[in-house]
Write a protein that binds this ligand. Structure first.
Ligand code: ADP
Ligand code: MG
Length: 608
C-alpha cells in the first residue's frame, strides 16, 4: 500500500501523487496531513524549506473542501507573486482529478479585472499575496466570509515584508470558526505573536531543529576583498561549468547590476526583483525553469520559496542583513533529495556574520579558496572532454564530413585532439593567464603596504587630465561622490589618464566599496590602493607560477571607448571590462582581468 494512502488521502488525490512521482511522504507531510484530515484544528508547522510544505496543506485542503460548491472555502496567503503562482500551480496539479476544482491566483501586477472575473466564476480556493487580496476585499471583488481554511504560508517572510497589518485586515473578513494553518521555515518572535493572535490552541509540529538548514546542503565561504566580489562570482561560475544557480544580492539595485554585468560578460543570467514588471518577472522565471538562464540573480523577497528543481548552487553574493534569511537562501538548493552547495562570498569585515549563521543553521562552513586561473582552465577543459565523450553523433553533419575529413587528412588523432581542445582551452587560458589570486589573505601584505605610511592611504584612480580633471576638480569630484569633508581628500596628483589621491586609512573600505562597479559617463571608474609610486607594483601579489605573471597585457576596453597608454599601474588586475558582448554562445566564461592599465597601444586583442 502506498504510504500516502496510510495518511488517509482519497483516491483522486493519491492518483495525482502517483503522477507526481512522490513515493514516500516527507516528514512534515507525514505528521501534518493526518492531523488536518482528521481534525478541524489550527496548526503551526515549522519545517525547513524544500520539505514539501505545500503538499502538507494542499492535499488536506483539497480533500476537505466541497468541490460541488462554488463558494470560496480556502484561502492561502503567500508573500510573493512568484510563490503565489507556484502554489496555485501545485494545488491545481494536486487536484487535477477533482472535477470542477477552481483555484484562483490573486496577486499584484496583473489585471485585477481578470482576477475578479475568475473569482466570480466560482473559485473554491484562492491563493493570494496580501496586498492585492486586501485591495480586492475593499473593492468587494472577493468574498471570503465563508472560508473554512486559511493558510499563512512562509509566515515568517510575510511578516518580514511588513504584511502584518494586511494579514490582520484580511483575516478580519473571515469567519472566526475557520481553521488557520501557519507554515514557516523559522519561528521568529513575530511568528509566535501572530500564532497567538490568530490561532486558537494550535497543534504545533516542528520538524528538525527550529531554523535549521537542510542536511543536503553543504556550506562554503570564500574570503575575498570586497572589491573583488564580482570577479570572485565569475570564477565560481567558471569553476562549475554546469552551474544552475540562484545568486542573492541584498538590494534590487545590486541584483540588477550584477545580472546586467553577467549578461554583458556572456553568461546566461537574469534578474529577479520587485522593480521588474510582472511580465518581466514571469519571463525570467520561465527561462530559469527551462534552464535557459543558468544564473538567476535575485533579491531575498523575490526568490522566497521559489521551487525550481535541481538548483546546484546558491551563491550569496552578499550576505543578508538578518542571518535567519540565510536559511531561506540556502534552502533553494538541495531540495527533494538532491544535494546542493551554498556559497558565500565574504569580505573580512563580514566574517563574524558567518559565525552567527553557523549558530543558526547548526552547521559549519568550510572555508574554500577561489580557484585560480589554471584550475578553472582545467575544469573547463575536462568538462568539455566529458561532454564530447558523451555526445551522441548528429548525423546531419554526415554530408559535410567529406570536406572536413579532407581538411584534416594529414592530422593524426592525437594532433586533432590537441587542436580541437586548444580552441576552447585557449579562450580560458588567455583570459585567466593574467589573472590574480582573489583570495583575500594573499593580498594581505600588499594591502598593508598599500598607500603611504602613517594613517593615510594612497589610491590610484583611472581618470586624469584626459578626462578633463585637474587636481581641484578631481578633489571636488571625489569629495562629492564620497560625501566627504573639505580636507578628507588630499595629495591629489593628476596625471594624463590616471591620478593618485590620499584619504584617511579609516575610510579606505568605504572608498573602495564605493568605487566597486562605479560608472561615470558610461565608463567604469576604478579606484585601487596604490603602492608606493615608482616601486615594483607587483610585489606581494599572487601565489607564484605563471598565473602570477602580470606581464603587460593588452586589453580591450570597449566601454571607455579608448585604450590606455600608461603602463604605470598594474597592481589590481581587477578590471571587469572587456569587449565580450557576443551572446551567441550558450554560455561563455568571462575574459576580464587583463592587467588593468598596461601598455595597450598594441592592437586590440580579439577575444576569440
Ligand atoms: P517547501 O514549501 O517546504 O519549501 P515545497 O512544497 O515547495 O517545499 O516542495 C519542495 C519540492 O519537493 C517540490 O518540488 C515538491 O514537488 C517536492 N516534494 C514534495 N513532497 C514530496 C514527496 N513526498 N516526495 C518527493 N518530492 C516531494
Ligand atoms: Mg513553501
Amino acid at each position: 500500500m502506498n504510504k500516502f494512502e496510510q495518511l488517509g488521502l482519497e483516491n483522486n488525490l493519491l492518483q495525482a501523487i502517483t503522477d507526481l512521482g512522490f513515493e514516500t511522504p516527507s516528514e512534515v507531510q507525514e505528521k501534518v496531513i493526518p492531523i488536518l484530515l482528521e481534525q478541524d484544528t489550527d496548526l503551526v508547522a515549522l519545517a525547513q524549506t524544500g520539505t514539501g510544505k505545500t503538499a502538507a496543506f494542499g492535499f488536506p485542503m483539497l480533500q476537505k473542501i466541497n468541490i460541488e460548491s462554488r463558494t470560496t472555502q480556502g484561502l492561502i496567503l503567500s508573500p510573493t507573486r512568484e510563490l503565489c503562482l507556484q502554489i496555485t500551480n501545485d494545488i491545481k496539479t494536486y487536484g487535477k482529478y477533482l472535477k470542477g476544482l477552481n483555484v484562483t491566483a490573486i496577486y499584484g501586477g496583473a489585471s485585477i479585472t481578470d482576477q475578479a472575473k475568475q473569482v466570480k466564476r466560482g473559485t473554491q480556493i484562492i491563493v493570494a499575496t496580501p496586498g492585492r487580496m486586501k485591495d480586492m476585499i475593499s473593492r468587494k471583488l472577493v468574498n471570503i466570509s465563508k472560508i473554512e481554511y486559511a493558510v499563512l504560508d512562509e509566515a515568517d517572510e510575510m511578516l518580514n515584508m511588513g504584511f502584518y497589518e494586511d494579514i490582520t485586515d484580511i483575516l478580519s473578513h473571515t469567519p472566526l470558526d475557520k481553521s488557520t494553518w501557519l507554515f514557516s521555515a523559522t519561528m521568529p518572535r513575530e511568528v509566535s505573536t501572530i500564532a497567538k493572535k490568530f490561532m486558537d490552541n494550535p497543534v504545533e509540529i516542528t520538524i528538525g531543529t527550529k531554523n535549521q538548514g537542510t542536511d543536503s546542503v553543504s556550506h562554503e565561504f570564500y574570503l575575498v576583498n570586497a572589491r573583488d566580489r564580482y570577479l570572485a562570482l565569475k570564477r565560481l561560475a567558471d569553476a562549475n561549468p554546469d552551474i544552475f544557480s540562484v545568486i542573492f544580492c541584498r538590494t534590487k539595485r545590486d541584483t540588477q547590476k550584477v545580472a546586467e554585468k553577467l549578461i554583458e560578460d556572456g553568461y546566461n543570467a537574469g534578474a529577479l526583483h520587485g522593480d521588474l514588471s510582472q511580465n518581466q518577472r514571469d519571463l525570467v522565471m520561465k527561462s530559469f525553469r527551462n534552464k535557459q538562464i543558468q544564473m538567476l540573480v535575485a533579491t531575498d523577497v523575490a526568490a522566497r520559496g521559489i521551487d525550481v528543481e535541481n538548483i546546484t548552487h546558491v551563491i550569496n553574493y552578499q550576505l543578508p542583513d538578518e542571518p535567519e534569511i540565510y536559511t531561506h537562501r540556502s534552502g533553494r538548493t538541495g531540495r527533494a533529495g538532491k544535494t546542493g552547495v551554498s556559497m558565500v562570498i565574504v569580505s573580512k569585515s563580514e566574517l563574524r556574520k558567518i559565525k552567527s549563521i553557523e549558530r543558526i543553521i547548526k552547521k559549519q562552513f568550510t572555508k574554500k579558496e577561489i580557484p585560480d586561473g589554471m584550475q578553472i582552465c582545467e575544469v573547463q577543459l575536462m568538462s568539455l572532454a566529458n561532454k564530447i565523450h558523451n555526445t551522441e553523433v548528429n548525423h546531419e553533419i554526415d554530408k559535410y564530413l567529406d570536406e572536413i575529413n579532407a581538411l584534416f587528412e594529414n592530422d593524426s588523432k592525437e594532433a586533432l585532439i590537441k587542436k580541437f581542445f586548444s580552441v576552447e582551452f585557449t579562450r580560458f587560458f588567455n583570459y585567466y593567464d593574467k589573472s590574480k589570486d582573489l583570495n583575500a589573505e594573499a593580498h594581505h601584505s600588499s594591502e598593508r603596504d598599500g598607500g603611504s605610511n602613517d594613517n593615510s592611504t594612497r589610491y590610484f584612480i583611472n581618470i586624469g587630465h584626459k578626462d578633463g580633471y585637474d587636481w581641484m576638480s578631481l578633489k571636488d569630484f571625489l569629495r562629492d561622490r564620497l560625501e566627504l569633508g573639505k580636507d578628507d581628500v588630499f595629495k591629489v596628483d593628476v596625471k594624463d589618464s590616471f591620478s593618485f589621491f590620499n584619504t584617511e586609512t579609516g575610510i579606505k573600505q568605504k572608498v573602495l566599496e564605493f568605487f566597486t562597479d562605479f560608472k561615470e559617463n558610461g565608463r567604469f571608474v576604478n579606484v585601487e590602493v596604490s603602492e608606493d609610486k615608482g616601486r615594483n607594483r607587483n610585489r606581494g601579489r599572487g601565489r607564484g607560477g605563471r598565473y602570477d605573471d602580470r606581464r603587460s597585457g593588452r586589453r580591450d576596453d570597449k566601454r571607455s571607448g579608448r585604450r590606455r597608454t600608461d603602463s604605470r599601474h598594474s597592481s589590481g588586475n581587477r578590471s571587469e571590462r572587456r569587449g565580450n558582448t557576443n551572446a551567441s554562445r550558450s554560455r561563455r566564461s568571462n575574459f576580464d582581468s587583463s592587467p588593468s592599465f598596461s601598455g595597450s597601444s598594441r592592437p586590440r586583442r580579439s577575444r576569440r
